[in-house]
Design a protein around this ligand. Structure first.
Ligand code: NIG
Ligand code: FE
Length: 412
């Protein structure tokens, strides 16, 4: 298939080709000039119109940007936890919610009680909704298993999901998420080590993840997860400094983590080392907003030249949010970021976290044609908060989504 996206008001492009990521003190170097883009097969062919392309797109007034890479989601899960949100709004503590049967364990019970087909159909519907909001690459974490059997199943379900959706999917094994009944933290890490070969055999896992928090795992377990990841040639990722500061960032950096995620409670003293490391700071403003968490020091991380990234954290507990345009809107408002900073964080730098930035995350000749045609210039993304600006979505050169009111732009 070939397509020509013609006469756009803005084409978002990186300052140079072939950059694996762009540190945030250079985000202003992205350009958004008028132009056209053409695709051939899976890839971007040129930054000019192609009169002979099979699909012609009228992009007048539109921004053309790379598809979003959502590098932090907890798909697949079973059902939702809206009652818990009501309790949270009414002021209930994490402990009370857990006591009343909520939290990660509640999602683990639902997952165990729900058949494969039903789990996959919920996840597939969410992936489709993500596509309509411009997400062209997704990550999926296990973590609602809380037993070897269910963790292995989660990784297998992620692989099955991958075969059923338009987007490429990266699978992460979040093997230390909550401490299962009958274990203490050290005991569970022993179980993680024993289950790892079977987990890795169940799907195409590329990273291990862990939740470090006073109510979950500790820095010594993060170190151990780092050793397990290194021993199996996997990336290390970690949920850190979400509700309290555990000074996990230096531990994660020493373990060579690919990313540290959340960071709402990042200590000022831990920020400079993170900003200069080759480790991404994955910020999740949807979770911060929904949980009335602290706001991560994202402005300071960007100014200090961190590899900043945005994700949805889509999960039934802290962030039932999947819209990257909404996440970008929250980041601009709450972090004091420019829209370009937020877009960089949701595209190229997010692709780097998943080791996919050679192929996706920015508009460059020869890269995958994961391309969005928005219904307005990029400034509308944060400004019209809650509106979905995504009109057309190309995934690997294929026109995968057309918003009905934008169908007139497409001529075949
Ligand atoms: O990214 N913090 C830990 N894990 C998830 C939430 C899990 C849940 O509440 O279901 C997160 O916020
Ligand atoms: Fe998360």
């Amino acid at each position: 298939m070939s397509a020509s996206i013609n006469g756009a008001a803005q084409i978002l492009r990186p300052p140079a080709d072939g950059m694996p990521y762009l540190r945030h003190d250079r985000a202003a170097e992205l350009s958004a000039e008028p132009g056209s883009v053409s695709t051939a097969g899976d890839d971007i062919a040129a930054f000019e119109a192609a009169a002979d392309a099979e699909i012609q797109i009228d992009a007048r007034g539109c921004a053309v940007i790379p598809g979003f890479v959502d590098c932090h989601t907890h798909l697949p899960f079973a059902g939702w936890r809206e009652r818990e949100y009501e309790l949270k709004i009414a002021g209930a503590s994490y402990e009370r919610i857990a006591r009343e049967g909520g939290g990660i364990r509640a999602s683990a019970r639902s997952l165990a009680a729900t058949g494969d087909e039903q789990v996959l159909s919920q996840a597939r519907a969410l992936a489709l909704e993500m596509l309509a909001h411009g997400t062209t690459t997704v990550e999926a974490k296990s973590g609602y298993g809380l037993s070897a059997e269910q963790e292995i199943r989660s990784v297998r379900l992620a692989a099955e999901l991958s075969a059923r959706i338009a987007q490429p999917l990266s699978s992460t094994a979040l093997l230390a998420h909550a401490v299962p009944d009958g274990y203490d933290t050290d005991g569970w890490m022993g179980a993680v080590e024993s289950m790892l070969p079977a987990v890795l055999a169940a799907g195409r896992v590329t990273a291990l993840d862990i939740y470090v928090e006073s109510v979950a795992f500790a820095n010594r377990h993060l170190e151990r997860m780092g050793e397990l990841a290194a021993g199996h040639g996997l990336d290390l990722r970690a949920h850190v400094e979400q509700f309290s500061c555990q000074h996990s960032v230096p531990v994660a950096l020493a373990a060579g983590a690919r990313s540290v995620d959340h960071l709402a409670c990042l200590a000022e003293s831990d920020l400079p080392a993170l900003a200069s490391a080759e480790t991404a700071a994955v910020l999740l403003p949807g979770a911060e907003f929904m949980g009335a968490e602290r706001v991560a020091p994202a402005r300071a991380l960007a100014d200090a030249g961190g590899i900043c990234v945005l994700g949805s954290d889509l999960n039934p507990g802290t962030s039932p949010v999947l819209s990257m345009p909404l996440v970008i809107g929250l980041a601009v408002r709450r972090y004091g970021w420019s829209v370009t900073e937020a877009l960089l964080a949701g595209t190229l730098n997010a692709a780097w976290v998943l080791r996919r930035s050679q192929r996706t995350g920015s508009l460059e000749v020869g890269k995958r044609a994961d391309v969005l045609v928005l219904d307005a210039p990029i400034g509308h993304i944060p400004y019209r908060l809650g509106h979905n600006p995504v009109g057309l979505v190309f995934v690997g050169g294929r026109l995968a989504h057309v918003r009905p009111d934008c169908a007139w732009r497409v001529a075949r």
